[in-house]
Write a protein that binds this ligand. Structure first.
Ligand code: ADP
Length: 759
């Protein structure tokens, strides 16, 4: 209750009435929830109603006599001083103010006070102040203000466009996001029908829809639509709405419009990429199934129909193990459990599955645990039919096993070396031959030097002549250098048993697509028995030719004696017979000599002299000798060497006489044999050319072998044993030179002897 400046008329009625009414007012005042104060012109409190006690905690006596503004908050004091000054100056007027006062407990509370100057009123003679506690109201006000502030912030900073429109659709307010979205300015929109944001054609329709929505009881969820912005660009929006209700009546609509253009686009892109992935999966040759953590099939790609005969839909939800071969179930279950136990784990498995047609199909599958992956949540199994491959593998394994059995049981030793020379495979026989107890013992040390050293501990490795065999010249080493089919006869002297064995060692390089040597395969054939038989044969030939020599020499001497006696007696017929006997004896001597030479060569016992020889002189004398015995052909010499060589004159003579006699023998239709001499810094080359039958290409590199003869129709008719060229080439080799041949069938041959010269 407040007391406003109204003149109070106190009449002179009975004292009693007055006292009564006084008591009534006092009671009213004291019980009031307001505090009533009186202050004098000096601003001192002269009266305070007792309501001050329960509101502020002071007793009236405590405050009477103190300044009226004594409890005012320092921040409010200046204003209050102004207000109370104004009150004092204006009698009979009231002024209102809000301010804080200090209570007895020391806390500040808000009060609203009204002061009225009744100093001039004879019945009051004071300033009446009346104030009430408004602390609660103040707090509510502040809270409201803060709330309002927050709402405004949301409104201002929301990314969604928002507008408020009244019953008729007039826009009352819109937030910045709204202007941003539509591209309008506030002045274009505020107070205008909301439909202004639509195209001209759509405005009437939009207005009608608005009205209907406003009236309708039914509430739609959000509405998706397109918006043409003021600049003509198009956005996709999602709009939702709500109503402001007062007294049960809708008074305004709040629209919230969200720009979902980007979201839409990413959604579309996602969808497109999902479709792409699905298409990829479904067209993949491998089948893919998704299993849940119980192992049940959630999904299968169409490829599974091709592999197992069932359509994916026939399968879904079924226990995966249902179709698996009973022998494989345990294994597959094992693998699946291991996969399921560990997120991200991936394991392969091979197993059989019954095809719809009843046959077993071999499956090769890999399961990966993606149960934790938010967009998969399954065990992903990729699988393919590998029945055919399985059969192939099986066949391959069998043939490999067969091969292995063969390799391990054949008498020949077999080893495989890699490019470093290290042996990576060896069969039983090979291992034995190298002094090992088993192949495993060889393969334990993976380097060639160690392996070779091990072999050398047990064996001396020698060539046919009994000299140490150089490591780099072993056929395996040569094959690794790319040489095709190198071979050698190798002698193994076993230090333990002190026996000798001979092996024919053949090797072959294995190359990759680029022709690079990857491996060398070596085969050791034990030829000891054959080799020894051959040696016995050689020894026999040696012995036989040696034994033949003495009787022939005797017969030859006696023949000459008889011939001389007959010449003295003059018996021409018998002399002619004796000459024929002599010629045949000479042929026989030559053959026996050649046989003897061969056995000497074999035994490494052919002796050579080493003397300087003038090559021009040597050749000339050979030609002279040859010409004496050959009457059918003219032997010519072209060129001179002016060089000396170091060697055995008789042996070299043997070489050239042999070449010349071959040239004559194999060119019965011709009449010349041409010798040609050419030289270089280090060597002299003597060519012996004939114009005879020639040598077929395939025989050319074999004619220097012992006892080799070309056995075709043309050459069969010529007598001979295939010894001459072998002996010649051995002699030339011993001189550090070589013999080569160039020949064309029916045209003739050119044998070239090259010998190193001495300076
Ligand atoms: P032979 O005593 O059989 O002539 P050789 O060792 O001298 O033995 O020759 C070996 C083979 O080489 C001969 O059998 C012959 O087929 C062939 N040959 C050697 N020289 C000639 C040549 N000048 N023309 C054609 N063939 C030749």
């Amino acid at each position: 209750m407040s007391i406003h400046g109204k003149k109070r008329m106190v009449t002179s009625k009975a004292e009693e009435v007055l006292t009564q009414s006084n008591a009534l007012f006092r009671a009213l005042i004291d019980k009031s929830s307001d505090i009533i104060v009186l202050a004098n012109a000096e601003g001192m409190l002269t009266y305070i109603s007792s309501s001050v006690t329960h509101i502020m905690g002071y007793s009236p006596e405590e405050l009477v006599g103190s300044p009226a503004l004594g409890l005012v908050h320092p921040d409010d004091l200046a204003v209050m001083q102004q207000v109370s000054g104004a009150i004092q100056q204006a009698p009979e007027t009231s002024l209102r103010a809000e301010y804080r006062l200090r209570c007895k407990d020391g806390l500040w509370r808000w009060f609203e006070g009204v002061g009225t100057n009744l100093l001039d009123d004879p019945e009051v003679g004071a300033i009446i102040g009346n104030f009430r506690d408004i602390t609660e109201r103040k707090q509510v006000e502040e809270a409201l203000q803060a709330e309002e502030q927050r709402f405004r912030m949301v409104w201002e900073s929301a990314s969604d466009a928002m507008s408020l429109s009244d019953r008729e659709g007039k826009v009352l307010a819109a937030n910045p996001a709204y202007y941003q979205l539509y591209g309008f300015k506030p002045e274009d929109v505020l107070g205008q029908p909301f439909s202004i944001i639509f195209s001209k054609e759509q405005q009437a329709w939009a207005q009608a829809l608005y009205q209907a929505t406003f009236e309708s009881e039914k509430r739609d969820a959000s509405i998706e639509s397109t918006v043409v912005r003021a600049d003509g660009t198009i956005r996709i929006v999602e709009a939702s709405y709500d109503f402001l209700v007062q007294h049960g009546r809708r008074i305004a609509m709040i629209s919230i419009i969200r720009d979902i253009t980007e979201r839409k686009q990413t959604q579309e892109q996602l969808q497109a990429s999902e479709e792409r992935f699905r298409a990829l999966l479904e067209r993949s040759a491998d089948a893919i199934s998704l299993l849940n953590k119980e192992g049940r099939r959630l999904y299968s790609t169409p490829a599974s129909a091709r592999i197992v005969g069932y359509e994916p839909t026939e399968y879904v939800g079924e226990e995966t193990f249902g179709h698996i071969h009973p022998d494989d179930v345990q294994h597959v279950r094992h693998v699946l459990v291991a996969i399921i136990q560990q997120p991200g784990k991936s394991l392969p498995a091979h197993f059989r599955v019954r095809h719809k047609n009843g046959q077993w199909v071999w499956i090769e599958g890999t399961g990966t645990n993606l149960l934790d992956h938010p967009s998969v949540q399954a065990v992903v199994v990729n699988y393919r039919d590998f029945t055919e491959r399985k059969h192939l593998e099986e066949a391959l394994r069998q043939s490999k096993e067969q091969l292995e059995v063969i390799l391990q049981n054949i008498a020949d030793g077999i080893s495989v070396q890699e490019t470093s020379g290290a042996i990576v495979y060896m069969n039983e026989a090979g291992a034995k031959l190298c002094g090992y107890t088993s192949p495993a013992e060889v393969l334990r040390v993976p380097d060639f030097q160690t392996q070779h050293a091990y072999t050398l501990q047990r064996f001396e490795i020698l060539d046919a002549q009994g000299k140490p065999f150089p490591l780099a010249e072993l056929p395996g080493s040569r094959a690794l250098r790319g040489e095709q089919a190198p071979q050698a006869i190798v002698q193994y002297y076993d230090r333990v048993s002190q026996t000798r064995r001979w092996s024919l060692v053949r090797a072959q390089p294995i190359v990759d697509e680029d022709g690079q040597v990857q491996l060398a395969v070596t085969i050791f054939s034990d030829i000891t028995e054959a080799y020894e038989a051959e040696q016995r044969k050689d020894e026999f030939i040696g012995m036989a030719s040696h034994e033949l020599k003495t009787p022939i020499t005797t017969v030859k001497g006696l023949t000459q004696l008889v011939k001389r006696k007959l010449e003295k007696q003059g018996a021409p017929e018998l002399i002619a017979i004796m000459s024929t006997i002599e010629t045949q004896l000479n042929r026989l001597t030559k053959l026996v000599n050649e046989l003897l030479d061969i056995s000497k060569i074999q035994a490494g016992r052919l002796d050579y002299a080493e003397e300087p020889i003038d090559i021009d002189e040597l050749i000339q004398s050979i030609v002279n000798t040859a010409q004496l015995t050959n009457t059918t052909h003219t032997i010519t010499v072209q060129g001179t060497a002016h060089k000396h060589i170091l060697g055995d004159r008789d042996r070299l003579e043997q070489v050239f006489l042999n070449l010349i006699s071959n040239a004559v023998k194999y060119s019965p239709q011709a009449d010349t044999v041409a010798l040609r001499m050419t030289t270089s810094q280090e060597k002299v080359i003597v060519g012996v050319q004939d114009f005879g039958v020639g040598i077929p290409q395939e025989h050319q590199d074999k004619i220097f072998e012992r006892f080799y003869r070309v056995a075709d129709e043309t050459t069969k008719a010529f007598p001979g044993l295939g010894m001459g060229l072998y002996i010649s080439s051995e002699i030339v080799k011993r001189h550090g030179g070589e013999i080569t041949v160039e020949s064309e069938e029916g045209k003739g041959s050119l044998f070239a002897v090259s010998l190193p010269v001495v300076s």
